[in-house]
Design a protein around this ligand. Structure first.
Ligand SMILES: Nc1nc2c(ncn2[C@@H]2O[C@H](COP(=O)(O)OP(=O)(O)OP(=O)(O)O)[C@@H](O)[C@H]2O)c(=O)[nH]1
Ligand SMILES: [Mg+2]
Length: 732
């Protein structure tokens, strides 16, 4: 299938059609009912895979990006994905970044939020503080000069007050009355001192008044300045929303919650960086987003802040490595970006990674290559934060980022910082190596993703085939073989039993006939009579044998019939058990709700078949007369008796007659045995035919399961072939 000349939609449509054709061809109608059943069953199974495949292809169709080479930044939360992207947005002048920066500058100008304005405001506040302090000091100095005199007067006033109070306790009532008009010596003194104190206060006031006014002014100015500063801070907060770094997290998990695409145009190449949520945080919120974002991407940077290989998990808790593989294995190229978290400029004076880290990175590269094969490239080392800071010219003055930036810029120039942090190299890889020849890379990557989808479904079909159907075929086949052996054995032992029973009956016939003829011989009979008596005995016993033998044989046939029916029932019960077990397993393991419906008997009437089993054979031996007596009688042979001697000795005659009877009976018995064995043999082809029918019936489930198994094998092979076909198409 050629891809280069077709639109992506056509390619996806063609793949779906091709899958449909493969699956249709595999389940074309056939004449054999068992295989037809297998077909329908396999069709059901395959349809569920087809639905899954079409869903995956639909998802690729709607998410795959065919125009712009898209590079996703993927990794643990807080690894620094957004920081790297923000640095690259500034460095490579991404459009939305430029718009935002213009908005930042405009807002800054409009509200006079320049660093100088901030500096001026802060300086004015500091000057105000200094003035307030010097005024306070001047006031304190003035007060200090008067403090001794103030204390002296205060002390004198207190001494006089104590004296006056003491005198009052000793005064008579009249003296107390007089005191309303006449002051004591001490009271007069107190008044004089008090006047002096007031005069002193007036003098102090006079001297500090202008200082106090200046201080009040200074305080009022401070209040105004603080209000202005608070307003400025509010504006800084607004400005911060426009500042560089808005996509960088605060250090809390899961900062980026929506996958965001940043389109670039650099060195004549168009490409886009895709910032996606972290894989290690509250992933359930963002899992689908990660999946879709990765489907869109043609290359992926696995960003990590640890220089160690991602951890492997277990079955219940997949580790980062498993997550990476499950998310990333469809990508064209995967790179690791080790973000070395540097906290000060000094650290940039030496190489970004030390010897230990270089070893760990090598190990990481090996492990990633193990998981991702030829899609994996290598690790690049960056230090995202200092790189971002070196580039970020649109920062809130006085903010933490601006302060950090100043520190780094004191140690290195922005260009040096870009080189030292590895971001210059990263940008070069991006704009020159990665996006070069991007059209064919896009096609290759999208084809690769489709291949993975096909291979994945092929693998699922194979797992179903090998875990369920191949095992089922094997088990049912074993059971069937064992049942077949039992059937053969039953038939063989039936033949032996029938022959045994026949021999027993014939031998009984011979013994009875002999007993009877001996009795007659003992009556001293003539040879002629002996002949006719022997014939009569044989006919009589033959009639009784002919009557009893069918019943005896029938009993054996009935026993055989019940043996066969036991073998069939046991097989069917066992087969049902196996099918149930596998059916449960399939539901559990593959979350499949497609029933595993296999016909055990394919509708053949087992009871009917078994019922006719003995009947057919019995037909051969019924009605009576199948064992013809004539030839036996005709073959009776009597030797020429030595008449003379017989006449002299009757005992000799009797022994002669008995000998003749024995010989003839033996001959007749041998003849009858042959006839019976012959008759039994004649019934066997019919019995064998019936047993063969039963065997075929037992073959039914094996045939059906084998049919499904075969179809699944071919379906998986067909999907794989289709997948390689796409890979080799002309998209290079
Ligand atoms: N010291 C230091 N801090 C860094 C560096 N790179 C990133 N950080 C800090 O790590 C935190 C997370 O950075 P982000 O870039 O938002 O991380 P992320 O990988 O996008 O995280 P999610 O969006 O949650 O997946 C931020 O607080 C960054 O300031 C670095 O090189 N050095
Ligand atoms: Mg982020």
């Amino acid at each position: 299938m050629s891809v280069a000349s077709e639109t992506s939609t056509q390619v996806y449509k063609k793949i779906s059609q091709e899958v449909e054709r493969i699956l249709d061809n595999l389940t074309l109608p056939v004449n054999d009912p068992a295989l037809q059943k297998a077909n329908s069953n396999a069709r059901l199974q395959l349809e569920s895979f087809q639905t899954r495949l079409n869903e995956a292809i639909d998802s690729l169709r709607s998410n795959a990006e065919w125009e712009t080479f898209t590079i996703a930044f993927y990794g643990e939360t807080n690894a620094g994905k957004s920081t790297v992207i923000e640095a690259l947005r500034i460095l490579l002048q991404e459009n939305t970044k430029l718009t935002r920066q213009a908005a930042f500058r405009q807002f800054q100008q409009q509200h006079d939020l320049s660093p100088e304005a901030l500096e001026n405001a802060d300086r004015a506040l500091k000057e105000n503080e200094a003035l307030a302090a010097s005024l306070s000091q001047a006031l304190a100095e003035v007060r200090g000069r008067y403090s001794d005199r103030e204390a002296e007067l205060g002390k004198e006033l207190s001494r006089l007050s104590t004296l006056i109070e003491d005198q009052k306790t000793r005064w008579s009532a009249i003296r107390r009355l007089l005191a309303l008009w006449i002051l004591s010596q001490e009271q007069k003194q107190w008044r004089q001192v008090k006047q002096k104190q007031q005069a002193l206060e007036a003098e102090i006031h006079q001297e500090t008044q202008s200082l106090a006014v200046q201080k009040a002014d200074c305080n009022a100015q401070r209040q105004t300045m603080l209000k202005q500063r608070a307003r400025m801070d509010e504006k800084f907060t607004e400005l911060n929303a426009l500042a560089d770094g808005e996509i960088i997290g605060t250090g809390m998990s899961d900062f980026t919650l929506d996958a965001t695409l940043y389109p670039f145009e650099s060195c004549g190449q168009r490409f886009a960086l895709l910032d996606i949520p972290g894989i290690e945080g509250k992933e359930s919120k963002v899992r689908e987003q990660i999946q879709h974002a990765v489907e869109k991407a043609h290359a992926v940077f696995y960003v990590t802040s640890k220089a160690t290989a991602p951890q492997k998990g277990d079955e219940d808790n997949p580790g980062t490595l498993e997550k990476i593989r499950s998310h990333l294995n469809a990508q064209t190229e995967v790179w690791t970006l080790f973000n070395k978290r540097v906290t000060n400029a000094m650290a940039l004076g030496r190489p970004l990674v030390n010897e230990d880290e270089a070893h760990s990175i090598q190990d990481l590269d090996d492990k990633m290559r193990e998981q991702l094969g030829k899609n994996y490239r290598q690790t690049l080392v960056v230090s995202a934060m200092p790189a971002f800071l070196s580039l970020a010219e649109h920062l809130v003055p006085g903010g933490p980022n601006a302060k950090s930036r100043d520190k780094y810029l004191k140690a290195f120039t922005p260009e040096e910082l870009l080189e030292k942090t590895g971001v210059s190299a990263l940008a070069r890889v991006l704009t020159q190596q990665l996006v070069a020849d991007s059209k064919s890379k896009i096609a290759r990557s999208n084809i690769q993703k489709t291949r993975v989808v096909l291979d994945d479904i092929a693998a699922q079909v194979s797992v179903l085939q090998s875990d369920t159907y191949a095992k089922l075929v094997w088990q049912l086949n074993e059971d069937k073989n064992s049942a077949h052996k039992q059937l053969d054995h039953a038939l063989k032992s039936l033949r032996q039993r029938l022959i045994d029973r026949a021999e027993e009956s014939v031998s009984r016939f011979r013994n009875h006939a002999r007993e009877r003829i001996y009795k007659v011989i003992d009556g001293d009979i003539s040879n002629d009579r002996f002949k006719s008596e022997l014939e009569a005995m044989i006919s009589l016993e033959h009639a009784s044998l002919e009557k009893s033998l069918p019943g005896i044989l029938k009993a054996e046939l009935e026993r055989f019939q019940s043996e066969i029916s036991d073998i069939v029932a046991q097989f069917q019960q066992h087969a049902r058990g196996i099918l149930n077990t596998f059916s449960r397993l399939q539901t559990h393991k593959f979350s499949s709700n497609i029933p595993l419906t296999i016909d055990i008997d394919n509708g053949i009437n087992v009871t009917g078949l078994l019922a006719t089993l003995a009947g057919g054979a019995l037909l051969f031996w019924n009605p009576a007369g199948w064992l013809v007596l004539g030839p036996a009688l005709a073959n009776l042979a009597f030797a020429a008796y030595k008449a003379l001697r017989s006449m002299i000795s009757s005992s000799y005659k009797m022994s002669q007659q008995k000998q003749s009877a024995d010989k003839n009976l033996s001959n007749v018995a041998a003849h009858m045995n042959d006839a019976i064995v012959d008759g039994i043999q004649k019934a066997f082809p019919e019995l064998q035919k019936k047993i063969a029918e039963i065997k075929d019936m037992l073959e039914e489930p094996v045939k059906q399961v084998s049919g499904i198994n075969e179809i699944l094998i071919q379906a998986a092979a067909g999907l794989r072939l289709l997948s390689t076909g796409i890979d080799f198409s002309g998209a290079k």
